[in-house]
Design a protein around this ligand. Structure first.
Ligand code: PMP
Length: 470
């Protein structure tokens, strides 16, 4: 029997039995063994400050005691898949989410992932409107199932779409890109809305819905100006088109100023449909759709799937939500996030083109010496940060944006510590990434794409690890 904590052995076994496209960020993947608060440990005993797990898995805190207790108690009582039977935690969680959503007359359907939530939302919207035409934003990410890949406008994730949806892509997700980038905020919004109106005029059909992330997550934490979706909503309303707000990354107070991302566009009123996932389960497989009752109830019969909203996931999520609300973690995200953004901006490093974000959803866009996007620098920062004991994410159309999304209970001290580690990692990447290495001092052994482990003395770069986890 091989040693399960031998990393090279585990990596070998992983590659043998899992798809080549399953992503891990690092030249040497990390095996996490346990966590506490904002920290996690790997099988080699290394401790990391977690600046990314807040979206991917652990929204509030690792091993949060209330969540652990609720899950253990429920596991001792009964485990089942829920949609054929009721459970108190499922109904209680649905009631709370319906109220928090801001959607009038809201109903909730639980799923096991964000992809499945968006699948369900698209099924509801296309059924309600009896149309397979949908609008999506350029540079979007909504999952990689058969339907969600069809509304994902980011080439790294949706190179070919065989989806049965007919998708029309809309401008507005990236403020600094596209034909309207040079305009003022108001001009940008007006131009995007006019373009949408023109598109609808050309299509002339019965479009079902617009699906959009208020802040694009995988796309590199980008967004249009506040108010964009309020203006879009007026256009959509004239055509009877539904608005689906994908809050998988922006929900639950992460952006500090708002509980949901759509609230930055408050003039719009609530969306018709909202999807959520990931963090609310604090690591449990939890997602869901909230929709106006007439939209939710439009399906003829029977559940979409039977597994969402099981007693154990909803018990854990309910405890997690209570902790989040009781501790005002939204307020914490606003305060601590502002400090973190300030510290990163102050560093003033040339490799950083922009530090942007809201609350604890912070993007750091990296460029090379030539001012062009530098995915090589991003890969290098991740490796250096890991060596220094800090986990971060990356994304963006060019893979050159660092994504920072810690658990929402991050303390001011941890934010300062993490900012220091990240700045040091940025300095090191600026010194050794291929996009910064000067002609007279080439980085020894670094391959041309720069996405290497060589600079860290680790295993050679494996292209199967290139993909950015969602
Ligand atoms: N929507 C958005 C905005 C996401 O960021 C993601 C995943 N990163 C998804 C949907 C898909 O969620 P999941 O991975 O849980 O299927």
């Amino acid at each position: 029997m091989s040693n399960p904590s031998d990393p090279s052995e585990l990596i070998h076994r992983h590659r043998t039995v899992t798809p080549s496209w399953l992503a891990t960020y690092y030249a040497q993947p990390i095996e996490l063994t346990h966590g506490e608060g904002r920290h996690v440990w790997d099988s080699q005993g290394n401790r990391y400050l977690d600046f990314f797990g807040g979206i991917l898995t652990t929204m509030t805190a690792h091993a949060q005691p209330d969540v652990a207790k609720a899950v253990a108690e429920q596991a001792g009582r009964i485990l089942h898949n829920s949609t054929l039977y009721l459970s108190t935690p499922m109904v209680e969680l649905a009631e709370q989410i319906a109220e928090l959503s801001g959607i009038p007359d809201a109903k909730v359907f639980f799923t096991t992932s964000g992809t499945e939530a968006n699948d369900a939302a698209l099924l509801l919207a296309t059924s309600f409107r009896r149309s397979n035409q949908v609008l999506a934003m350029r540079n979007s990410y909504h999952g990689r199932s058969f339907s969600t890949i069809g509304v994902t406008g980011n080439s790294a994730w949706s190179p070919t779409s065989l989806s049965a949806l007919q998708t029309l892509y809309v401008h507005g997700g990236i403020r600094t890109r596209g034909p309207f980038a040079h305009l003022s905020d108001a001009g940008f919004i007006a131009a995007c809305a006019a373009d949408l109106e023109d598109l609808l005029g050309q299509v002339g059909g019965n479009v079902a819905a617009l699906i959009a992330e208020p802040i694009q997550g995988v796309g590199g934490f980008t967004s249009g100006p506040d108010g964009l979706f309020a203006t879009f909503k007026r256009v959509l309303d004239r055509h009877g088109i539904l608005w689906i707000s994908d809050e998988v990354q922006t929900g639950w107070g992460r952006t500090g100023d708002h509980f949901w991302g759509w609230q930055a566009h408050a003039d719009a009123g609530p969306p018709d449909v909202l999807t959520f996932a990931k963090g609310i389960g604090n690591g449990l497989s939890m997602g869901g759709v909230v929709a106006r009752a007439e939209v939710m109830d439009c399906l003829g019969a029977n559940s979409i799937s039977t597994f969402g909203g099981s007693p154990i996931t909803t018990a854990g999520a309910l405890a997690n939500l209570r902790y989040l609300l009781d501790q005002d973690l939204q307020g914490n995200a606003r305060r601590v996030g502002a400090e973190l953004i300030g510290a990163l901006r102050e560093a003033g490093l040339p490799v950083v083109r922009e530090v942007r974000g809201r609350g604890l959803m912070i993007g750091v866009e990296l460029v090379g010496r030539d001012e062009q996007p530098s995915p090589a620098a991003a890969t290098s920062v991740l490796e250096h940060a890991r060596e220094l004991g800090l986990l971060i994410g990356k994304g963006g159309l060019s893979g050159n944006v660092l994504r920072i999304a810690p658990p929402l209970s991050l303390t001011a001290g941890e934010a300062a510590e993490g900012a220091g580690l990240l700045i040091e990692a940025l300095r090191r990447a600026q010194a050794d990434s291929t996009d910064w290495a000067s002609a007279d001092a080439p980085t020894a052994g670094a391959p041309a794409d720069g996405a290497d482990g060589a600079s860290t003395g680790q295993a050679p770069h494996d292209p199967s690890l290139e993909r950015d986890p969602a």
